[in-house]
Ligand binder design. Structure first.
Ligand code: GLN
Length: 483
């Protein structure tokens, strides 16, 4: 490994095989990735914290288990970077906000626990837009992350640190959260694979809530198969998450190579030029992906998802509404930062004024307004109707189609600072990804070629709830076509 973006990535499954068969130790693997971090992290700033000591101890423990003949798990010795809005026991978890300064969670998020049990080595906590609100990772209280493909560009967001960490070869796997596109959009901009699982498919226990009805945790990887492996590890029923789905899902990995021969694929016309703001080159590249699927034997047709036109507006009412409630817990009493005042109320106000950044404050105000008496029906109530309409649109389409396809992001990675002063332009980045969140369906972004600027372009495959198997099949076919 050398260079900011390694020539070739080593897959997580390969690492786990080598470590399990003792061809290489988990500690040696870790050291390789730490070297890459040492060389390039200063430029990229993917991490809020690299947990070198804990990582080394975990890798040693994996090696010890293997020497003693115990089963080390499917991610034996695989370095994994964790978005810094997922709780890690005894290790600072900041959501890239000043308001959580000094706070250390007393427990691991379920996904973190499952990754550890699978033998993974947690290497650190990655940077994000404060409380996952943003599309560029520029809303972090600790400064932006940069795109490893071009340091003058953003990595996307809000899981920009996780996407950049995988793209830069800092870890073969990273975990992110996706409320409106925060895994898929940065995956597209950084040229890696990113998955938002079915809502309820992966536990949200230990995820710092942004918008609880939309948030999902999912993987970043350098290949579709690696993403599927990690998805299997972190997924499944969790009694600690009341929205967790009880139904066990089939193995995705087992069927991943079954191809698209029998599949019907719908191309969402609204996201292929129907809605303004999606660049010509992104549409062109997505059309190439369509051809690739049809060459591979899929039956491909253009379809309409009329409610897609209203998703962005609905999302920017529902997500802030839920956020305004979720973020009320940061009051200077229970977590992190406290800025004193003459009385309790003043302390609350001072803490929140200093602790939260501008975008978070904007969302809290938007949400509080949308939920206030007199406006509730006009804004929040209307948004819920769009959500229902969208679910009906999708249900109709899935009577005839196995998966749907669209671009992931409307454009390639933009320059740092280009959109920070224009929230509306920033919000448009989520126009292709938000529909899946509003209905709780799974979706994946796969790198598929690049734009004129040489920056990666991602294509998105959407699937019905709990039908990830077919999503991974189509994604795997596209991945092969792009190589
Ligand atoms: N960019 C969107 C927002 O700012 C989505 C964020 C996310 O998925 N966490 O809300």
């Amino acid at each position: 490994m050398s260079g900011r973006v390694p020539e070739k990535y080593q897959s997580a499954s390969e690492i786990a095989d080598l470590v399990t068969t003792r061809e290489i130790s988990a500690v040696e693997i870790l050291d390789r990735y730490l070297n890459q971090i040492n060389e390039h992290e200063e430029d990229v700033h993917a991490f809020n914290l690299v947990t070198i000591n804990e990582a080394r101890a975990a890798a040693k423990e994996t090696d010890r288990l293997i020497v003693e003949g115990e089963k080390p798990g499917p991610l034996a010795g695989v370095p994994v970077a964790i978005k810094d809005n997922l709780c890690t026991k005894g290790i600072p978890t900041t959501a890239s906000s000043k308001i959580l300064e000094g706070w250390k969670p007393p427990y691991d998020a379920t996904v973190v626990k499952k990754l550890k049990e699978a033998g993974a080595t947690i290497v650190g906590k990655t940077n994000l837009d404060e409380f996952a609100m943003g599309s560029s990772t520029e809303n972090s209280a600790f400064g932006p992350t940069r795109n490893p493909h071009d340091l003058s560009c953003v990595p996307g967001g809000s899981s920009g640190g996780s996407a950049a960490a995988v793209a830069a070869g800092f870890a073969p796997i990273a975990i992110g959260s996706d409320t409106g596109g925060s895994i898929r959009q940065p995956a597209a901009l950084c040229g890696v694979v990113g998955v938002k699982p079915t809502y309820g498919g992966v536990s949200r226990y230990g995820l710092l809530a942004f918008a609880s009805s939309l948030d999902q945790v999912g993987p970043f990887a350098t290949s579709v198969k690696d993403a599927a492996i990690v998805h299997e590890v972190i997924g499944g029923y969790d009694p600690l998450d009341s929205t967790s789905i009880k139904q066990a899902s089939n193995s995705f990995v087992q069927v991943i190579d079954e191809g698209v021969n029998k599949l019907k694929v719908g191309i969402i016309s609204e996201l292929m030029g129907g809605i303004d703001g999606i660049t010509h080159e992104v549409i062109e590249q997505t059309n190439k992906a369509v051809s690739a699927l049809s060459d591979a034997g899929a039956q491909v047709e253009e379809v309409s998802l009329p409610a897609a036109l209203y998703c962005l507006s609905a999302y920017y009412l529902i997500a802030p509404a839920e956020a305004s409630s979720n973020l009320s817990r940061y009051d200077g009493v229970r977590y992190g930062l406290r800025v004193d005042g003459a009385n309790l109320k003043e302390m609350n106000v001072n803490t929140r004024t200093e602790g939260f950044g501008d975008e978070v404050k904007r969302r809290i105000m938007l949400g509080t307004y949308a939920l206030s008496a007199g406006y509730y029906d006009a804004y929040y109530g209307k948004a819920l109707k769009v959500r229902r309409l969208l679910a009906e649109n999708f249900a109709d389409l899935y009577k005839d189609y196995d998966v749907l396809l669209s671009p992931t992001s409307p454009c390639t990675a933009f320059k740092l600072g280009a959109k920070v002063n224009d929230p509306m332009t920033m919000y448009v980045n989520d126009v292709c990804t938000i529909p899946s969140n509003l209905v709780g369906h799974p979706a994946i972004s796969i790198p598929f070629g690049s734009g004129k600027d040489g920056m990666p372009i991602g294509v998105q495959i959407l699937a019905p709830p709990m039908k990830e198997s077919v999503m991974y099949q189509a994604a795997r076919t596209l991945e092969q076509a792009s190589q």
